[in-house]
Design a protein around this ligand. Structure first.
Ligand code: ACO
Length: 336
């Protein structure tokens, strides 16, 4: 799917980004005391050294509120300026009302369209693509897109295969209509899903198939379960494919791309995608060592950090890419 083919006079740019990581740090040494694992194994297999955990009293929209406030400030806008809010998450505060509506109230935004989007770790890129369509159609000027998660509430800290991977955090971006003469714009977005691979990463309980009950809780079905090796292979394959689609759609070669901002699931997955394209590792934004996998939040957090520390500059070509449960995948290519 390519938004670049839409024939309208409007374009979309990132007008501001923000992010938030909770204070509490969970190190590999801490995990050694909780499950049968060790720092050497985690570091070598994943690159992760530590991750952040939300405090017990924090909910996902609290993290999102801070990230969103920072993004609005960077965009020099207020919540009143927003025309739509899209919240990508797999760990909303509760099933209803949506995290987007809770956040709308916390921000004091106008009574504009607000909804959650479920595409797991690809959620931010899916949501950014939706924002792009509404802005390019001429309907809206400013859209807030959030990726935020508290994964520590759905991870079993007795399961060493999953608990070492995940962390909590929030990232946000305000997407705005670009002026006709502005170089900054989203060039295209490319989204995929393959439901046939849905059983590779599952959180089974809490929906209509398996409502929460004591028996369900006793079976640990309220926690995420995954087939790590299969996910690894498909992650490299799908992110490489959607990045290639982005390049082809715009007639751009990877050596004309200034920054690749990939989903931060595992350093070896990031390295494999980078070497597939022969991209210089210094052009790949990586923070997974400090954050772990924060699902829908990884891409906007990494993007925000690289914009704030001055690596990503206006006018540069940037590709965002992610894969997630579903299996979903996506890429977004922009001139920042
Ligand atoms: N500490 C020590 N040993 C471990 C641990 C651990 N935490 N976890 C597994 N092992 C053991 C396994 O039991 C296995 O032992 P065995 O050989 O005696 O059977 C051995 O280590 C190797 O296990 P593998 O699963 O083959 O290890 P692999 O190299 O594939 O790495 C990993 C595992 C890190 C999970 C990797 O497959 C991966 O990162 N996959 C992608 C996971 C992912 O991204 N998940 C989220 C995707 S969806 C989303 O982002 C929401």
């Amino acid at each position: 799917m390519t938004s670049g083919t839409l024939n309208t006079p409007y374009f979309t740019k990132v007008s501001g980004t923000g992010s938030y990581l909770p204070e509490k740090i969970l190190t590999n040494a801490d995990l050694e005391k909780m499950v049968d694992t060790n720092d050497a194994w985690i570091s070598e297999r994943t690159g992760i050294k530590e991750r952040r955990l939300a405090a017990p009293e924090q909910v996902t929209t609290d993290l999102a509120y801070i990230a969103a406030t920072r993004a609005l400030e960077a965009a020099k806008l207020t919540a009143q300026d927003l025309d739509m809010i899209i919240f990508a998450t797999a760990t909303a505060d509760q099933p209803m009302p949506s995290a987007a509506c809770v956040l709308q109230r916390k921000l004091g935004a106008r009574q504009v369209m607000a909804f959650d989007l479920a595409a797991a770790c690809s959620g931010f890129i899916y949501a950014a693509s939706v924002a792009d369509q509404f802005i390019r159609s001429g309907m809206y000027k400013h859209v807030l897109v959030i990726g935020a998660e508290i994964l520590n509430r759905v991870v079993n800290y007795k399961d060493r295969e999953t608990c070492i991977l995940f962390g909590d955090g929030a990232g946000a971006a305000v997407f705005s209509r670009a002026e006709a003469n502005e170089p900054s714009r989203i060039l295209s977005t490319h989204l995929r899903a393959d439901g046939n691979l849905g059983d590779l990463f599952v959180l089974a309980a809490g929906g209509s198939a398996m409502p929460i009950s004591q028996a369900v809780v006793d079976s640990n079905a309220q926690y995420v379960k995954m087939k790590g090796r299969e996910i690894f292979k498909n992650a490299v394959r799908t992110m490489s494919q959607v990045c290639q689609e982005a390049l082809d759609a715009n007639g751009i070669a990877m050596d004309q791309v200034d920054w690749l901002v990939p989903h931060q699931a595992n350093l070896r997955i990031i390295d494999a995608v980078g070497s597939h394209f022969g991209i210089d590792p210094s052009k790949v934004i990586v923070n997974v060592q400090r954050t772990g996998n924060t699902s829908a939040a990884t891409v906007p957090i990494a993007l925000d950090e690289a914009i704030r520390d001055g690596r990503i500059q206006r006018g540069q070509n940037v590709i965002l890419t992610a894969f997630g449960a579903g299996l979903t995948s996506g890429s977004l290519i922009m001139r920042y």
